[in-house]
Design a protein around this ligand. Structure first.
Ligand code: ZN
Length: 675
């Protein structure tokens, strides 16, 4: 599970304001369409030992080698289209100052941001801002050997085959379709399934899963489903299987990393990951996951593999992602307090006793500094991660949870002075509170969400972890968010020294409701519904609390100067509502109550209030804040001494967004156009 965007992403934080006048580090790198690209700072990299730096370096290379896998998973024509656009962008002989060429550049930047032709968040296909005739002429102007043609394919045939994918708005319009009542596979443009219906896929896996198995592997996690000779078969992602060329490179770097590990446990983690990539065996993957979550002593850590299943409408197939990081020793003290008290939080939560864990196992939590982002963590990246996702591993072994503080930091720094708070927050009192506690409660909520929320509760015996189907993701995210919200207001927070006083939580509550009812709508196109799991969860919680508290006026929507504001009248009652919803959502999860999950999501989480939506879009536009953010990575290079031995690893932040993607497409691109 991952936490995608801080719910107060656009809040200005005064904690670091004022002291930082000379700001030599420029966070904002690029701005296009609805996106701002930021740089993040890898604090204290120079304090790592040479071996640790080398480990970061090799793991970073492994993290970048999987980029093309994700493009292909997102949509089967993505690699072809990216290569086409890059060839035109770099080799076009005509005037590069025309509006058409500039719009082609924006489109290419969007494709990089989405790892394909669909928006990374809304899942909608991008609309090019230039006409087909322009691209056609541009393609004709360059050497045809630079184009990603199929064997023996003419340029004209190529154009006739690929242009509709780019220009026809009705073709492949949605990467992942969550709309109930249709075949989710047929209506999704991702590349996890080909030539099969949803029913065929469900039957295929139903025949594989043993309901009595208490420790099931994550069926279907690392494969594509196709039909061969009329039979449904899996094509597994592995060496000698699908994505062979890229996975070989990943493994090559992992083998180098294995030579510079910090300790034996870390060596065992990397070795088991290599074996999994070699075999595609999911039992091996579970073994790796357990070793990985038990490695709590290493400072350098990583994620590398087919991990999250948000892009699969059936929630089984995982996209490839990577993250290399090292522990922030100072900030980790905060998460250690939380995890050391995990059992207390589990025991005192407002959910029914039968759904609680008698013994919370191994919730390990740390604050980390991201060193490189790859695959589905790049350019858009999570701010918190809790893995593994396997329910039985979490039950029997626990999980590892991280808060990525240098990413949150970059968000905060880039938001300073945006005017967001003054525009959307109702009163000076709440603005003051947001300034004083916003950063703190934001990080704390991420910690609680990741290291307690996802790890809490249990399924009743015999309940399938997939019982909630497409509603599983938003329900799970709501569960984790509510757990965090509920405890944010608990005296225990002040007692443990995590919050300074009984007022701080109100900053988090106000902003959560404001975001869920209003400001997150900036990320939705006019006329569209909410699809993304985290956004659904946030509206679910805010809209449910609004409605259930209506009689008591717990939350109101008030107008001032023609603008709508969220007003929270009763914070204590709001906490009671969070408790009530948490109890219900835990019941739904624990019992696998699909109908109740559907009812909640469809009633509160999907539909957009059109009037407020229009207003929010206009107010954001006036502030000129980009609703989405992505990142560029730093560049690591090896330094050698006179004898030719590696003496250091250098980090630099010079590369811009375009340079980085063009370089990645040259240095880390070994997959064929079609896989
Ligand atoms: Zn989560």
């Amino acid at each position: 599970m991952k936490q995608l965007i801080p719910f107060m992403m656009s809040i200005i934080l005064l904690a670091s304001c004022g002291q930082n006048k000379k700001q030599e580090f420029v966070y904002s790198v690029d701005k296009f369409a609805d996106v701002e690209i930021l740089r993040y700072k890898v604090n204290n990299f120079d304090e790592l030992t040479l071996n640790q730096k080398l480990l970061v370096y090799y793991l970073s290379e492994a993290a970048l080698e999987g980029r093309d896998i994700l493009y292909d998973q997102n949509h089967k024509h993505n690699l072809t289209i990216r290569r086409l656009l890059e060839a035109v962008y770099e080799n076009y002989a005509g005037d590069k100052e025309t509006a058409d060429f500039k719009n082609l550049e924006i489109y290419l930047k969007q494709v990089w941001m989405g790892n394909g032709i669909h928006h990374h968040y809304s899942e909608d296909k991008f609309t090019p801002g230039f006409p087909e005739t322009f691209l056609s002429a541009a393609v004709n102007s360059i050497d045809s050997t630079l184009l990603p043609l199929m064997a023996g394919e003419s340029v004209e045939t190529f154009k006739a085959r690929i242009f509709p994918v780019i220009f026809n708005p009705d073709l492949y319009k949605k990467r992942t379709n969550q709309e109930a009542g249709v075949d989710l596979i047929a209506t999704s443009a991702n590349n996890f399934y080909e030539g099969v219906s949803q029913k065929e896929v469900e039957d295929f896996y139903a025949g594989m899963v043993d309901p009595a198995d208490n420790t099931p592997v994550p069926y279907g996690l690392n494969s594509k489903i196709v039909k061969e000779n009329g039979k449904v078969v899996e094509k597994t992602y592995k060496i000698d299987g699908m994505y062979d060329a890229a996975i070989r490179r990943i493994v090559g770097w992992l083998e180098k990393a294995a030579e510079v590990v910090e300790n034996e446990q870390q060596g065992a983690v990397i070795k088991s990951l290599i074996e999994y990539y070699q075999t595609g065996n999911l039992e091996k993957y579970d073994e790796y996951s357990i070793l990985w979550l038990q490695d709590v002593n290493s400072q350098v850590d990583f994620v590398n593999g087919f991990t999250e299943s948000y892009t699969d409408p059936l929630g089984m197939k995982a996209t490839w992602e990577a993250l290399v990081n090292f522990k922030d020793m100072e900030a980790t003290k905060r998460t250690e307090i939380i995890s050391n008290n995990a059992q207390w939080f589990e025991d005192h939560s407002p959910v029914d006793k039968q759904f609680k864990k008698e013994k919370v196992k191994g919730v390990s939590a740390k604050v980390i500094t991201a060193a490189i982002l790859g695959g589905d963590c790049y350019p858009a990246t999570p701010i918190g991660i809790n893995l593994p996702n396997s329910n039985w591993i979490r039950r029997d072994y626990g999980s590892k949870s991280v808060t990525i503080e240098n990413i949150t930091d970059a968000y905060d720094k880039a938001s300073q002075g945006s005017g967001f708070m003054e525009e959307f927050i109702w009163s000076d009192e709440e603005i003051e509170r947001a300034k004083e506690y916003g950063s703190l409660t934001n990080n704390l909520h991420t910690d609680l969400h990741e290291c307690l929320g996802h790890g809490s509760g249990k399924l009743l015996p015999g309940v399938s972890p997939d019982a909630l189907k497409a509603y599983g993701s938003p329900i799970e995210e709501a569960r984790a968010d509510l757990f965090g919200l509920y405890y944010m207001a608990d005296d225990k927070m002040v007692e443990l020294g995590l919050l300074p006083d009984e007022d701080a939580y109100k900053a988090a509550y106000y902003q959560y409701i404001m975001n869920g009812l209003m400001t997150q709508l900036t990320r939705i196109q006019p006329g569209k519904n909410i699809e993304q799991a985290h956004m659904r969860n946030r509206q679910l919680i805010a809209a449910w609390a609004y409605e259930k508290g209506k009689a008591d006026k717990v939350i109101e929507l008030k107008k001032r100067d023609g603008k709508t504001f969220v007003v929270v009248n009763d914070y204590a009652k709001l906490r009671d509502l969070f408790a009530e919803l948490l109890a219900e959502i835990q019941r739904i999860k624990s019992t696998g109550d699909f109908e109740a999950a559907k009812q909640l999501i469809e009633t509160y989480a999907v539909n957009v209030n059109q009037e407020i939506h229009t207003e929010v879009l206009a107010r954001y536009k006036a502030l000129n804040i980009a609703p989405y953010r992505g990142f560029v990575n730093p560049v690591y290079s090896l330094v050698k001494d006179n004898a030719g031995n590696i003496s250091d690893v250098k980090i630099s932040y010079d590369e811009n967004y375009v340079q980085q993607h063009l370089r990645y497409s040259k240095e880390y691109s070994v997959l064929p156009n079609y896989n």
